[in-house]
Design a protein around this ligand. Sequence first.
Ligand code: PLZ
Length: 446
Amino acid sequence: MDIPQERKVLTEIPGPKSREWFERRKAAVPQAVFNVHPIVTARASGSIIEDVDGNRLIDFATGISVLNVGHTPPEVVAAAQKQLELDTHTCFHVTANEPYIELAERLNALAPGEFDKRTMFANSGAEAVENAVKIARKATGRPAVVTFDHAFHGRTLLAMSLTAKVMPYKQGMGPFAPEIYRLPFAYAYRWPSGPEHCAEEALAYARDEMHKQIGEENIAAVIVEPIQGEGGFIVPAPGFLTGLADLCREHGIVFISDEIQSGMGRAGRWFAIEDEGIVPDIVITAKSLGSGMPISAVTGRAELMEAVHVGGLGGTYGGNPVAAAAALAVLEKIEREELLERSRRLGERILARLRDMQSRHPLIGDVRGRGMMTAVELVTDRETKEPIDGPTGTGIVQRCLSEGVVILKAGTYDNVIRLLPPLTIDEGLLDEGLDVVDQAIGATSS
Ligand code: PLZ
């Protein structure tokens, strides 16, 4: 369904109908299942969300990096509808389906590395993380998994244990899964001895820690987001990931690239790790792969994936035919519309705008990102880099919302404003949304 691609604020936001629904929500849904924005969607298309009060909002959140190809793209909707009528579900373990196999072939061809690969499907990002670790453990016969500060890998027990931040993700929900070791991430902006030393020192620390405290021969996998998402859109200092990948290769450790947020064109490539020149052993995808249909994938070297015995992996819904058919249409659309190139080009434009904002707004301490995965980190003082407090950031987000732009925060310190517009967004609409963000940060800076 087409919605005019324009911002239109008709009511105070949230409007009366959203408020009414939120009253009902309070009595029906637990508070733990949080809402960033107190509004209810009626429909969405392209880069616009229309709420139940008729407001049209520019979407810079895209369901947390799920709608890289925009909301309800006709090709994806048509593919899902067609499959829905043909075969909604038989369970791949009972009788297989064509979209599953075809999508696996496509991902095997797209993932970095000129070697034989295999792909299995699950439903959520967290499940893909869990499966990748299971495969790495089974293939290596080793127990330990290395993860990083600021990492986010999901909310199931193992994924939550790999995730860094205690509030809100882990508080009171332990004990956590064992054999997980956390190392510093090469976060250049906050590296104590300065960004120029970051990669080298973070690597030296990792090397020492992996040798002295874990033992390389005990490590099944290193799992890393090539650009950290929830942690604050942190682009690792150049050389850090390459050094890590070398360490993994040297010691037979499986290198897992979590591309759940950064992949499918978001950071300007199919997989953000490509920009590092690294060939991961396993890549995991979800989110924009299915454009809102729940599907996630683990794609890896054939010898790792085939190390698991028959029946060792699976689930009722994994690679559901409707979701897989939608994903095939997503991949086709990214290719046909050259959205990787567009992500890189518009990403440059967004970064230039953010740098211009930084020159005018003292609140912006850092501007970073790649492709259309960009963010600003907000601080009270550029010298001390003291993060702005939560309510100040929330104020910016709310100001944007009241002007008809949906944005999200991120970051361990909750002080990062991230921008996740569809890769397909009209350039005029993109600029208009950025104007709103500019004004909201400006009004808070002064
Ligand atoms: N790995 C890199 O970004 C999900 C989380 C939203 P699921 N990020 C959004 C929230 O508050 O729970 C994510 C991610 C990376 C794994 C995941 C987990 O993906 O599909 O949410 O399980």
